[in-house]
Design a protein around this ligand. Structure first.
Ligand code: IPD
Ligand code: CA
Ligand code: CA
Length: 268
C-alpha cells in the first residue's frame, strides 16, 4: 500500500490522540478506581496508561497496519513500512495519579528516521498541539510561533527532570537561571513543556534525559514553530533516549551552553 500523505497521517494522529485523551480523562476523574504499579523512584504505571496505549495501538493497527509502533508501556511492534509511531499514552503519569491536571497524550510518527508528525493533546484544557514536517505547528488549528526571546530575563524556561538523571545536572542549572534574573517551570510532563515552548509560553525547554516517546512530538512542534531542537534521534536516540535542548533560535547559543556545561549526556 502506498504511504499516505503527511496531512492524512497528521489527521490520524490528532483523531487518535483526541480519543485516547478522552479515555484518559474519564480515568483521571475516577482515580480511586485505578491500580498502580511502581516502576522506579517517582516512576509509576497505572491501568490507565496501559489501557490508553492499547486504544492507540488498536486504532493505528486498524488504519495503518504496515506501520511499526513504539509505545512506552508495550515496547516495539515491528511493521513493514518505513514509518514508526512513537506514543506516550499518558505523559506526566506522576501528576495524573496525584490529581494534577498537567499530563497529556503524545503521538509522533517517524518516517525514514525523521520525525514527520507530532501531536500533543492536553485533555484537561482541551488544547491540541499539532505539527507535520514542512506544514507548520498549530494550536487548536491556529499557527503558532516560538517566543521572541533573547535572554533568560525574557520569559520562563522549561526545565525537566526525572530520576534517570542526576540531581547535579539540573540543581546548579536552575541556580544559574535564577541568578541571571530568569525563571524556570516544570509541568511534570515534558511533552507539554515542549508544546508550550512551541507556542511561546516558555522560552525554551531543557532536560538531561528523555525517552523518544516523551519528546519527539514536542520537538517537531518547536521546530515547525520556527525554533531549534537538538538532533535527538542521533545515535540510539529512538530506543535509548537523549538530552533535550529546544527553543527559539535566538536562545540557541545560551541554551546549548547551559546544557553543554550541566548535562551529563548531550548530543546536538
Ligand atoms: C516523564 C515526564 C516528565 C519528564 C520525564 C518523563 P512519564 O514521562 O514527561 O516530565 O521529566 O523525562 O519520563 O513517565 O510521565 O510518561
Ligand atoms: Ca513520558
Ligand atoms: Ca508515560
Amino acid at each position: 500500500m502506498p504511504s499516505p500523505p503527511l496531512a492524512t497521517r497528521l489527521a490520524i494522529a490528532e483523531a487518535v490522540a483526541r480519543e485516547a485523551g478522552a479515555l484518559a480523562l474519564r480515568r483521571f476523574r475516577k482515580l480511586e478506581t485505578l491500580t498502580v504499579e511502581r516502576k522506579g523512584l517517582q516512576d509509576v504505571v497505572s491501568a490507565a496508561d496501559r489501557e490508553v496505549e492499547g486504544l492507540i495501538r488498536a486504532r493505528l493497527a486498524a488504519l495503518l497496519p504496515e506501520d511499526a509502533v513504539l509505545g512506552e508501556e508495550q515496547g516495539l511492534t515491528e511493521g513493514s513500512s518505513d514509518a514508526v509511531w512513537v506514543v506516550d499514552p499518558i505523559d506526566g503519569t506522576w501528576c495524573f495519579l496525584n490529581g494534577i491536571g498537567t499530563w497529556c497524550v503524545a503521538v509522533a510518527c517517524v518516517i525514514g528516521g525523521r520525525t514527520a508528525v507530532g501531536v500533543v493533546f492536553d485533555p484537561c484544557s482541551g488544547e491540541m498541539f499539532a505539527a507535520a514536517r514542512g506544514l507548520g505547528a498549530r494550536l487548536d488549528g491556529q499557527r503558532v510561533r516560538v517566543a521572541e526571546a533573547r535572554s533568560l530575563r525574557d520569559g520562563t524556561l522549561g526545565v525537566g527532570f526525572s530520576h534517570r538523571s542526576r540531581p547535579e545536572e539540573v540543581g546548579p542549572l536552575i541556580t544559574e537561571v535564577l541568578a541571571a534574573g530568569g525563571m524556570y517551570h516544570r509541568h511534570g510532563s515534558g511533552a507539554l513543556g515542549l508544546a508550550w515552548t512551541a507556542c511561546g509560553r516558555l522560552i525554551g525547554y531543557l532536560e538531561p534525559h528523555m525517552n523518544s516517546w516523551d519528546c519527539l512530538a514536542g520537538l517537531l512542534l518547536v521546530e515547525e514553530a520556527g525554533g531549534f531542537a537538538n538532533d535527538f534521534l542521533a545515535g540510539e536516540g529512538l530506543t535509548e533516549g537523549n538530552a533535550v535542548i529546544a527553543g527559539p533560535p535566538e536562545m540557541r547559543p545560551l541554551l546549548e551552553d547551559l546544557a553543554g556545561r550541566h548535562f551529563h549526556r548531550v548530543r546536538q
